[in-house]
Structures are given as C-alpha cells and as structure tokens.
Design a protein around this ligand. Structure first.
Ligand SMILES: *[C@@H]1O[C@H](CO)[C@@H](O)[C@H](O)[C@H]1NC(C)=O
Ligand SMILES: *[C@@H]1O[C@H](CO)[C@@H](O)[C@H](O)[C@H]1NC(C)=O
Ligand SMILES: *[C@@H]1O[C@H](CO)[C@@H](O)[C@H](O)[C@H]1NC(C)=O
Length: 504
C-alpha cells in the first residue's frame, strides 16, 4: 500500500508542482498588471486613465521598415485617429533605439505620423531567441519556443487588455491567453508551416526546406514527418486560441484556414492536451489587404498612352521574364504591323532590379533570347532604375505585364492599375484572385497562361476603341485605389471583431 501511494505521490507531484508554480506566476502577473499599467498611463500623462484600454502589438522587429511594419504603423495610426481611449503598446526587441527615433523613422520611411501621447514601447531583451541564427537545427521548433519565452518577457513587463500579434508568432498565443489571461488576435502575413509543407514531407519530395539527403532516407523522413506533424498539431492549437484572425491575401487565407481546420486524430488521441485544445474561436481568417500608397500613381493621365508593354519585376527566376519575351515574340509574329516602324509599332520595356551576379547572368540570357527570337530591337531592358524613372514609365505605358506563376500577391500589378496601365497577368495567385478581378461586373484587365493567350490579350488591349480603352483604364484605377486603400483597411479592422473582443 505504502509503495503504491508513494508511487502515486511521485506520479502526481510533478504536475502538482508545475500547476502550483504556474498559478503563482499568474497571480504575480495580475498583481503587477495594475501597477505597471498605472506607471505607463502616468508616463503618457493620460487623461481619464480609468477609461483607457491597452492594445499590445507583438512586433519584435518593429523598426525594420518592411511591408509588415507598414501594416503595423498604419493600423496604429488608424487607432490613434478613431479610438481616443486606446493606448497602443508595441512590444519590440529593438533595444538600441528610442521611442522618438522609432517615430521619426516611421515618418521618414512610410510618411506615417504617430502621436506619442497614445503610444508606448515595451523593449524586450530576449529577441535573440527568435533569430534563426540562434537555432541552427530544429529552427522552427527553436524559434517557436523562443517566441514563447519572449512573450513571457513581454507579459511580465506589461499585460495589455488585448494582444495582437502582427509578425506571425502564433506560439505566443497560449502564453498570453493562459498565463496573462488576455484575449488574443492576429494579423498574419505568412503561415509558419502550411499543410502543403506537411504533404511534401509526407510524400518525401525534395524541396527547399526538405534537403535532398533527408528525402532519400526513409527513416529520417519518417522522423521528420513526425516532427512536422507534431509541429502542425501545436500550431493549429495555438492559432485556435485566437479570438480573431486577419490575413493579408487570399493565398494566406487559404493556408491559414487549412491549418485551422487541420486535424490529426492520432496525435489528438495520444495527447492529453488534445482534450484541452480550445474549440476554435476564429474558425476562418478574414482578408484585410494591406494598404498601398497609390497617391502619386492615381494622378497620371489615362489618355495618350504609348504603345508600350511594361514589365516591372526584379530579375529573379520566378518572375519568368523569358515568358514575357516569348509572349511578345508571339504577338509580333501574329501581327507583323506591330513590328514595323510607325504609329502601330509596339515595344516591350522590362524594368527591374539586379541584385547579384546570378541576376546579371539572367539578364544576359534574356538579351540572348531576344536576339534568337529576332525581337531585340523592339525590347528595352532597364536595370536598377530610380523611383522617378519608374513613375515615368508607369505614366506612359499602355499595358502592364506580369508572368509570374502563383505569385502570392503582386504589388506591381496594383501599381499598374492605379497608374492606369492595363494589367495582363498570369492566371494564378494574387493577380487572379485578389487584384485583377471584375469590378461592378466588368473586367479590370486580362489573364493568360501561354505565349498565345498573352499575345491575344495584348492584341485585345491594343485594338480597343479609344472610349473602351479609357473606360478600362479608369475602371482598373478606381478598383485598385479603392480596394487597396486605407479606408478599406480600416473597414477590415473594424469588421475583424477586435472591438467586441476587447469589450467582451
Ligand atoms: C503578405 O505577406 C507576405 C509575407 O510577408 C508577402 O510575401 C505578401 O506579398 C503579402 N501580401 C500582401 C497582399 O501584401
Ligand atoms: C544594380 O544594383 C546592385 C546593387 O544594388 C549592383 O550590385 C549592380 O551592379 C547594379 N547593376 C547595374 C547594372 O547597375
Ligand atoms: C471604424 O470604426 C471607427 C469607430 O470605432 C469609426 O470612427 C470609423 O469611421 C470606422 N471606419 C470605417 C472605414 O468604417
């Protein structure tokens, strides 16, 4: 008996101790919550501190100046305008800069004006834990556990009333939800792991995160599959703790929704936590497109365009520039009048950045291909153009060409449309699903898949009547400016449910 009860005690002791430890920590956090909140509101000299609500944005790289940061600052500036009772808290690992410096950089980089009075920064010292250089092996797992620790640091410094992750650290959700007892939401740019990735490991296909050596060994492959399955299992559980989820495009929505719906019966039945996994609050993610700055572009004239097909893309392999030359070759072959000097003559202008020797080699190969196809005198390649040069071509060109297959988004296509340039894009990804879609039942551009169909689309645009042409340009512009505007972004946030989550 004694041995049995001793065994029972030993068995129960660790979970009891853990439980006690966590309960103490939760109490500690909540005692601290009140004090820290008061200190922050005092520092900001907030009037009516009782009414204030703290929204915490988890963005450890908030000073990076990329697309994700533009979304963050646009959202905060919007809340500062429309929600006087909200204090925006940014959790960042940029410990080498000050609040004033960050605000200044946001103004310089994005032209976004932030009011210091309702903005507070919490500086985190353990950001190195989410850097991929810290985790040479098991990077996904290491970074995820690191992010949980980072979130713990964040919560022990200040507990907000609502937590919004804007950088894709889903593993922080349970820490915030269950230790800081704070509701969670997120704006997701990119899924940490996708069901496609899992399928790839399952089918043992070599791919970029799945090196050839591993794919060739059955045992390693099984181990890797188990690792990914467990990772997916927990990722799904974490995402489901969110009360609302926003995503930046339909591509991301498809992936995040697949993760939310993902089930792994074996792992759930094996795992006691499977029982505790919350029924999802956010069953599907909502698309809230990031706003694009189209102010300059939308002023360009719609009439008097030159017969120029304009491509704007870095000379990277996935952009598929050779397909552009083949399509252009096709349209010149089908309509020889487009190659003859005169009013009908058409040119192809390819503009893009060249980052390195590989890009430069690709550009040489493109010139070579143009020579082989006999179209080199009709093609102009412009490398590393300046911003004004780019605007200049956007104000003159007729057609905007994009040939990338399965592009996640395609900001260049939005720019074409806002500038009044009629887009002709590959029929896939963002350009098909998000951007070049009918507006009020009428088309805003064209899609194609082969040199023949691209050539047909060019021909269609080049033979529009002047009236049809201006209508199409104007429709494309109105649509792009509207859909990717700040108002639309604001509407998406308003409808995401964050206000209900904060109050509920
Ligand atoms: C969404 O985020 C991903 C990752 O940063 C990016 O590649 C994609 O272009 C973004 N989409 C939009 C619509 O900005
Ligand atoms: C384009 O810019 C990159 C770096 O920004 C540079 O390495 C490259 O040499 C430039 N290429 C040309 C043709 O100017
Ligand atoms: C979003 O909600 C705020 C108030 O909560 C309101 O002032 C604003 O006009 C709304 N914006 C849009 C685009 O609906």
């Amino acid at each position: 008996m004694a041995i049995v009860s001793l065994g029972g005690l030993l068995y129960l002791l660790p979970p009891l101790c853990c439980g006690l430890f966590f309960a103490l920590r939760v109490i500690q956090l909540h005692v601290a919550k009140h004090n820290r909140r008061k200190a922050v509101l005092d520092e900001l000299k907030a009037t009516d501190p009782e009414r204030k609500r703290l929204i915490g944005f988890f963005h450890p790289y908030c000073n990076a100046g990329g697309g994700g940061e533009r979304v963050l600052w646009t959202a905060i500036a919007m809340l500062q305008r429309s929600e006087p009772d909200v204090v925006n808290v940014v959790y960042t690992g940029d410990i080498d800069v000050t609040k004033a410096q960050i605000i200044e950089r946001v103004k310089a980089r994005f032209d976004i004006e932030l009011a210091p009075s309702s903005l507070h920064f919490v500086f985190l010292h353990s950001r190195y834990l989410v850097e991929d250089t810290t985790w040479r092996r098991f990077t996904l797992l290491g970074q995820s556990i690191g992010s949980m620790y980072l979130a713990w640091e964040a919560m022990s410094k200040l507990v907000p009333d609502l937590y919004i992750d804007t950088m894709g650290y889903a593993f922080t959700f349970p820490v915030v939800r269950w230790l800081a007892l704070t509701k969670v939401g997120a704006y997701v740019h990119y899924p940490t792991i996708s069901t496609d990735m899992l399928e790839r490991v399952r089918s043992r296909r070599a791919w970029h995160t799945n090196s050839g050596a591993i794919a060739s060994s059955a045992v390693l492959s099984k181990a890797k599959l188990l690792y990914y399955r467990m990772f997916m299992f927990y990722y799904t559980g974490c995402l489901r703790t969110a009360s609302f989820l926003m995503v930046n495009s339909s591509w991301t929505k498809n992936h995040v929704d697949a993760v939310l719906q993902h089930t792994d019966p074996l792992l759930s039945s094996l795992h006691i936590l499977g029982l505790l996994l919350p029924a999802s609050a956010a069953r599907t993610a909502r698309i809230v497109y990031p706003p694009c700055d189209t102010r300059d572009l939308a002023t360009f004239p719609l009439e008097g365009r030159e017969r120029v097909i304009f491509s704007l893309a870095q000379f990277r392999p996935e952009k598929d520039h050779p397909a552009q030359l083949r399509a252009f070759h096709r349209v010149l072959a089908d309509h020889p009048e487009y190659a003859k000097p005169g009013p009908l003559q058409v040119r192809l202008v390819m503009m893009g950045g060249s980052r390195n020797a590989e890009d430069a080699a690709r550009i040489d190969a493109l010139r070579e291909l143009a020579r082989e196809l006999g179209i080199e005198e009709h093609v102009e390649i412009i490398i590393n153009a300046s911003y004004p040069q780019m605007l200049n071509w956007l104000s003159r060109a007729s057609i905007g060409l994009s040939t990338m297959v399965d592009e996640h988004f395609g900001i260049n296509v939005v720019e074409f449309m806002a500038a009044g340039v009629i887009p002709v894009t590959h029929a896939s990804g963002g350009p098909l699903n998000d951007i070049v879609v009918p507006f009020n039942g009428s088309p805003t551009g064209f899609h194609a898949t082969s040199p023949e169909t691209f050539a047909e689309a060019f021909h269609k645009v080049l033979t529009l009547s002047p009236e049809e042409e201006v209508n199409l340009r104007s429709r494309a512009r109105t649509w792009a400016v509207q859909r990717f505007s700040e108002e639309e972004f604001e509407k998406g946030w308003n409808e995401s449910g964050w206000q209900q989550t904060l109050r509920g």
